[in-house]
Design a protein around this ligand. Structure first.
Ligand SMILES: [Zn+2]
Length: 507
């Protein structure tokens, strides 16, 4: 079968989407590819079609066990022989899988990266013909990615164990150059790079800073009561408490997170996708490979990275019809993000790597906070994060639609930087704002902060100064630690404030 016949026979499509065909031709030509594809870019076909056409086995390395099971199930439904191998299987099951591998009985084997060091696995695959190694979610290899996995770091060792090097295809939705370079280096492979566009013109984006997140959520749920709405929370506990809270008010709800047993998960998933339930409350583990028609995606709080955000929002409007993405947040939500950052301490990594991974996670989170607070076009903000240019006015985001009044706060912004310098970056938003507005509180006097040059230099209110500071943090001119007592820090961009003519902020 040629590629068109393969596509039609197994997948039922008449033609390829843009770029798919080029990627497939390159793989068939035995050239390694790295594909940077936005969610919904039809990634799986890019390695499955050539995998079916080439002689031998395609090994797909994927970090999520749940994803593995789903993919294998989908392939089997299409009549394609596929199996998976991971640590949740009994030893005897694993042996059975390896036996099928040795006997060339299967076309696709999905494995978790922890198998990279497993001698039995390596022996088995060296006994058979491997045509392709596919790295799914390849950014997990890189410490600079948003989702670094320790086991992935052994990839080059694993490739070295193979007696014959098959073609390598890598897939990710992360376009950052440092991640791409890192993947190349870690794999020690030369890749031909393919990159799709990241803009989704049928999506409307809105960010909502909220003092009552449940209330704002309910306004949206009522507005879209006829649609399928997907609500993302950061933690399992958040999904459950939101579920029970809304359940009392007779919303049509489904629930999904990694801690539920697989029966419960598929029960809720089926109910939601068959439209028997209108609202799905889930963690990020929901949605991989979901083709159902989701019209609205709402993020409660901050996802850990813009990659996560785009992936989750990207699940809306897969039919290319007008769809809506909201992010409802309160700065207090950062408490939950901090929990995930600190979880890095529990990983089996050395001290320096832990520090680096945490730093990367904080930077990624800062970009999300920036998205929440920016006054730039949200399409432009996202697309430029993925290294693309965007024409400046979209009409499809809250910032372009809302003709907000802005005020120039350049003087205050400079006062903030001055104050940090004069106080040696020891204080947080509250104290710095009090200094600038000339607070008469004892806490200021006791520390002699009323003696410094920037004391009482602005006629604006303390809340306005706080707003200036939070804008400066989200625009990247200042850093803020997110620990128990957050402190403001200068960074390499802080001095740019002195060169700006204006610093406009939404009123
Ligand atoms: Zn816009």
């Amino acid at each position: 079968m040629n590629k068109y016949e393969t596509l039609k026979y197994y997948f039922g499509y008449d033609k390829f989407r843009p770029m798919q065909e080029d990627i497939i031709d390159t793989i068939l030509n035995k050239e390694n590819v790295m594909c940077i594809l936005a969610t919904g870019g039809g990634k799986s076909l890019c390695f499955q079609v050539p995998g079916l056409m080439m002689e031998g086995l395609t090994i797909v390395i994927t970090p999520l066990i749940s994803l593995m099971c789903d993919q294998v199930k989908h392939l089997k439904e299409k009549g394609i022989s596929a199996m998976y191998l991971n640590s949740t299987q009994r030893y005897s099951e694993q042996l059975e899988v390896l036996k099928c591998v040795r006997n060339n009985k299967i076309k696709f084997l999905y494995v978790a990266p922890e198998k990279f060091n497993n001698r039995m696995f390596i022996d088995a695959i060296n006994d058979c013909v491997v045509s392709q190694i596919t790295l799914d979610e390849a950014h997990c290899i890189s410490v600079y990615g948003h989702d670094f996995r320790v086991d992935y770091a052994n990839i080059s060792k694993f490739l070295g164990f193979l007696s014959k090097r098959p073609v390598v295809s890598a897939f990710t939705a992360t376009a950052s150059q440092s991640v791409i370079n890192d993947i190349k280096e870690c794999c020690n492979v030369d890749f031909k790079i393919f990159k799709s566009t990241f803009d989704r013109p049928n999506l409307y984006y809105e960010t909502i800073q909220s003092n009552d997140e449940i209330k704002d959520l309910k306004i949206l749920l009522d507005k879209y009561s006829d649609e399928q709405v997907l609500v993302y929370c950061l933690t399992r506990r958040q999904t459950e408490s939101l579920y029970y809270r809304l359940d009392k008010e007779s919303y049509s709800l489904a629930l999904y997170h990694g801690g539920l047993d697989s029966q419960t998960k598929s029960y809720y998933q089926d109910f939601f996708l068959s439209k028997k339930k209108k609202i799905m409350i889930a963690t990020s583990s929901f949605g991989m490979g979901i083709d159902g028609v989701i019209r609205v995606v709402i993020n409660m709080g901050f996802p850990m990275s813009l990659e996560d955000l785009s992936q989750q929002q990207g699940r809306a409007g897969r039919d290319n019809k007008e769809s809506y993405c909201y992010m409802i947040y309160n700065m207090k939500d950062l408490y939950y993000n901090e929990y995930f950052i600190n979880a890095v301490d529990d990983l089996a990594l050395d001290k320096d790597t832990k520090k680096l991974v945490k730093k990367v996670k904080r930077e990624k989170l800062r970009e999300v906070i920036g998205y929440a607070q920016t006054k730039r076009c949200l399409h432009e903000y996202l697309v430029s994060h993925f290294g693309e240019l965007y024409m400046s006015y979209c009409c499809k985001c809250s910032n372009c639609n809302r003709n907000t009044k802005t005020i120039d706060y350049i003087k205050e912004a400079r006062l903030v930087v001055d104050t940090l310098k004069l106080t040696k970056e020891k204080y947080g938003t509250n104290i710095v704002s009090k200094i600038i507005v000339g607070s008469k509180e004892n806490s200021i006097k006791e520390k002699y902060l009323n003696k410094i040059k920037t004391y009482n230099k602005s006629y604006h209110s303390i809340n306005e100064i706080k707003n200036v500071i939070s804008n400066m943090v989200s625009d990247g001119y200042l850093d803020k630690t997110y620990d128990e007592y957050p402190v403001l820090k200068l960074n390499e961009n802080s001095d740019i404030i002195y060169r700006l003519e204006k610093y406009d902020i939404k009123k």
